[in-house]
Design a protein around this ligand. Sequence first.
Ligand SMILES: Nc1ncnc2c1ncn2[C@@H]1O[C@H](COP(=O)(O)OP(=O)(O)OP(=O)(O)O)[C@@H](O)[C@H]1O
Ligand SMILES: [Mg+2]
Length: 969
Amino acid sequence: MTHLAHPLVGRDRELEALDGHLAQTWAGTQRFVFVTGEPGIGKTRLLLELEQRAERLGALTLRGRGSEFERALPFGLLVDALDEYLESLDPLSFSRLPAEDLRELAAVFPALRSHDPGSGGPTTPAERFRAHRAVRDVLERLAAAQPVVLILDDLHWADEATVELVAYLMRHPPRAAVMLAASFRDGQADRVLMTAIERAASERGLVGRIGLLPLSRAEAGVLVETGDADRLYAASGGNPFYLLELSRMPGGADTGGPAEGVPGAIAAAIESELDALSSDGRRLARCAAVTGDPFELDLAIATAGIDEAAACTALDDLSGHDLVRPDAVPRRFHFRHPLVRRAVYQACPPGARLTAHRRSADALAARGAPAAARAHHVEHAARPGDLGAVAVLREAGQATADRAPGSAARWFSIALGLMPDEAPAAERVELLLSLSRARAATGRFEDGRAALIECLALTGDDTAQHLTLVGACAGFEQLLGHHEAANTRLTAALARVPDGAAAQAAALMLQLAGGDFYRMDYGAMQEWGARALAAARSLNDPPLVAASLGVLAVAAAFAGAVPAAITHSADAAALVDAMPDDQLARRLDALANLATAELYLHRYPVAGRHARRGLAIARATGQVEMSPVLVPVLSNVLHVTGRVAESEDLLDGAIEVARLSGNAQALGWNLLSRAFTAVAAGDLPAALDAAEESAEVTGALDDSLVATYAGVALATALSESGEPVRAIDVLLVAAGGEELPRIAGGWRAGYFELLTRCWLAVGEPAAAERAAGRAAAVAAELDLTFATAMARRAAAAVAMHRGDALAAAEHALAAAAAADATGARIEAARARTLAGRALGRAGRRERAVAELRRAAEQLGACGAARYRQEAERDLRRLGHRVHRRARPGKPDGSAIATLTQREAEVARLLLDRRTNPEIATELFLSVKTIEAHLRSIFRKLDVASRYDVARVLERAGAPAPSRHAPDAG
Ligand SMILES: Nc1ncnc2c1ncn2[C@@H]1O[C@H](COP(=O)(O)OP(=O)(O)OP(=O)(O)O)[C@@H](O)[C@H]1O
Ligand SMILES: [Mg+2]
């Protein structure tokens, strides 16, 4: 009997592939490597080999293992990999983390609990990506000192929270030398994980896959040297685990070959191993298998209920039979193999197993373990009607609902199953509501809805709670795009609302209006809004009045009824602005709708203010996912007014939220908004990606609004990418034809302008002229300054094409002035570029240069790099030398003076050729923060690369940075 693993046999090709991945990681490319194969084929063994090689190369390796029967433990696998290492770090290094990160990390890693800075902003399940981001930041920090290899074994047993984190890391790879290597059994991995792997593989090429096959006959012969090798090989099918197990047996045994689970013969073999143990040994083995794998000796002893001396003898017996082996941590052991643990667990008679789970739960409770750690045992030991068990499971669910809603949902649902029949309906409803929220947080809206329908059956339909439940249930239906079902449910409930419940009735009407918004039925929306307004006024309920006015304002703005939209939004704004946050929190839709209407009226400053306030209240009251339009509205205001980088940050966070919550509607909104922002930033590939994905995710919804705007965003990105033919096609289909009827009134002129340019680009001046004419007509009808700006820009393009440069210049200058008046800085500057070009063509060189310089400057300040380059190209065509201040040889001391102290520090470290993670470590900031500083530095110095920053500083004679090594733990 040997405790040593047999030297590795075969696997040369696999090792070569792993070496390749390590080399790429060391070269700074992130790698995600997945080792797959049937149980016992050698995945863990290969990962151990990887660990050794990485360590020899000087990596920090962190390894964790999933455990079959403990899958609900939130972040279990990740904690297994990182917790001990984090605990070993100097506490000081954590005190430098931002409070928010620390709070998130403390919620995930027990080792960091004592560092929890306490509450700041609240966390909601939708925002659990913050925890993922914090983990990524930690990995980046660790990787600043040495490459990090994170090994997650048995990912098929990982809890949902760990899987979500891995998926996040694949979407946002750490910007440092970090390699993630994981194993999972063929066909047993989570769908979310498989999707994330496919995406990362096809879009980014970051994924390596190693599928393990059985050993060859010759390799098997090296692994087990026995006289009966042929029969063993045939029986094992070349699976190393089966080979080794069968060779342990005195006479060998005939198995049915490899199969899922523990094949009969192997299970029988392990049972006979158990039979050979002393009775205390057998008892300890079974109890250990119940407490966990790895297991803590003391917990196993407490579970077995044997005294310490007897337990030690029993342990010697187990380890003498190589059934268990010591772990890296004192007084912790693991089974020879997870499949052995499973066999021992399954061989435990049901009654004994039940008792063992109960005693484990009690022992954990006696040590003050949190409910989440006890829940698994409680679940297996509880009898129906066991109120104590219900309480533990409920507590476990509540404690994990924010960051691991998948586990929480599981516990809530088991608790519900255990509730006694005679339990009060209110308690059942409370658990069902928690279950429904947790289900929704992982995108299981169908399941969330099912829980609510159960609630509805439990509450009398004359109660206020019943109406709230109807609203929530219809809310899920609307999210799923089942607008008809929602409409039917809401109208039926409305018909039954008792007299005297006018407030509830008005709430249902507003929700009906919300459904009509997504169906683009603005007439119906207007009617519900008006009825709700009448009810709200008679109730003298200001938040409800404001919400009704918001609905009316949106309906009018989208239908192009500008005067009505202006009146309703002004009335709503007056109310909302006078209302305290806590009152407004009841009807956040008031702010969401108001800001939307204002955006479509191009009133950017107020729209931005209202959207910001809405988001702040949403965060403070945990309603982030309830108002999917607030972020798109604010992001739009930001990029239109030239704050492109801010808009990008806002959307990237919101996209994460929507991905995690599986909310297709919100994801669609945020992605299409991201496409617009990327166009403004000049990042066209990103714009096309985002717009295409938005169209994809919203295409499945029976919802026309988001899908329409996804098409509009895609057309915009296509047009900017030099694909006018496809842009025209996509735009006309999405917007419902040449008159663009499906685009909101206030925005239509802008898209006629886009069409004008596209038609000119494809050589169809007549069609272009028609489009420009429509732009002029809609602008005249609506009397909106921004629409006028777009119509004038369209006219300028047409005049330019006709060869009438002076007329073009006049239109374009008028467009620029009008757009500037609304605060639409990028569109204004683009109009100015066109004006400059026209003036140049008309021979007014001096004026042309002045306009183009002004445009280039404004576009640069907005972060619209591509449009700025466009203006600069025109300047060069006019023979004007563009002095980008950062051009080598032209350092600008005054620009350096505009850097903040932090930015100057970052810039000096750049001069020292430090990487972002190194700078982050040096300054105790996150890599993300460093990137934000860099963006700002680039903008202020007007440069495009780190190299240029260094040049500017060197020319300006910046003091050399201190050259001490980064003190990264
Ligand atoms: N190439 C090999 N050379 C030597 N021993 C091996 C080899 N492959 C696997 N083994 C041994 O076979 C046993 C089973 O392998 P391992 O635990 O790695 O399988 P696994 O694929 O991780 O199984 P599971 O899916 O159950 O986690 C282990 O004892 C391991 O040390
Ligand atoms: Mg394994």
